[in-house]
Design a protein around this ligand. Sequence first.
Ligand SMILES: [Zn+2]
Length: 328
Amino acid sequence: MKSILSVLILIFGTHQVHSHPKHSKYPTDWRTDEDAYESYRPKGKRTYSHQPKSRILKVYDSVFLKTKLSEFSGALPVKINGKEEYIKERESQAGKKLARAYLRDTLEGFGYKVREQAYSSKGTNLIADKEGDNPDQVVIVSAHMDSVGNAGADDDGSGVISAVSIMGALAKEKLKYSLRFVAFDEEEMGLVGSRAYAKSLDTNKEEVIGVFNLEMTAFNKRKDGAFHVIDCDRDDSVSLTKSIVRAVKDIKLPLVRTEACTDRSDHASFWDIEVPAVVISQNFFGGDSNPCYHRACDKVSDQLNFEYMSNITEAVGLSVKRAVMGTQ
Ligand SMILES: [Zn+2]
């Protein structure tokens, strides 16, 4: 779909593009308008050299991601109810309660309406919502918040923080469809939280356009940018993969999709109820998975690659943005 800017260019010619945004009569901000750069293409093949390192919003910055992940996995303290705490693990009820409080604070800070879904005496999902113009159609960004008793920085603190950052980037947008974040509990016990959540959905009342589930986004030892978007060739879900691959290409991110198929994460709970879903992950099945997976050493360390995490977050973020704004 054409951006508003390029339509204006067609109508008024190109000189407006070169004027400083401050003096332009059109309300465009080049820092946040992802379509602004090279929105006008002259004949011939010239490529402009000052391409900004495109980031939709600063929340995808690797420093931001590292800070948030350090807080969510106990490397840095967090303030909860005025008290300094460390989220050392996310398996015990106390650890998960701290984690939920941290997510609630962050998401309410962005302006989202946050609620909890206690589906059993042990399990509680956390949900953040923003209504779109079509409130009964929703795009979901998700990740599991529990760990196997360890700090769980990569698994799946990274997925949670990627998802939270996407929510931050879209917080002020006017949305065509509703946007929802879900942090699932008890994924490590066998997708318990996401199954409970999927069961609670009334798909007659609400259409889920797609679920973008993030599962381990911060490890890339080979530094090759390989990552999975997994749809197992399901007819209802391949369009989500295509959208992410297109986003990678559009922003020229150094990422390469590698194929794999698994139902061992929360996306599968949506496949069970015929809802489009993909899981986005490091190249786990391509031989580049985190050796600290499910171990005590899964902490924020030099082993994690925040530039890679930021690239994945940005690709999924743009795809979510297009889905929720109805521009794809
Ligand atoms: Zn996991």
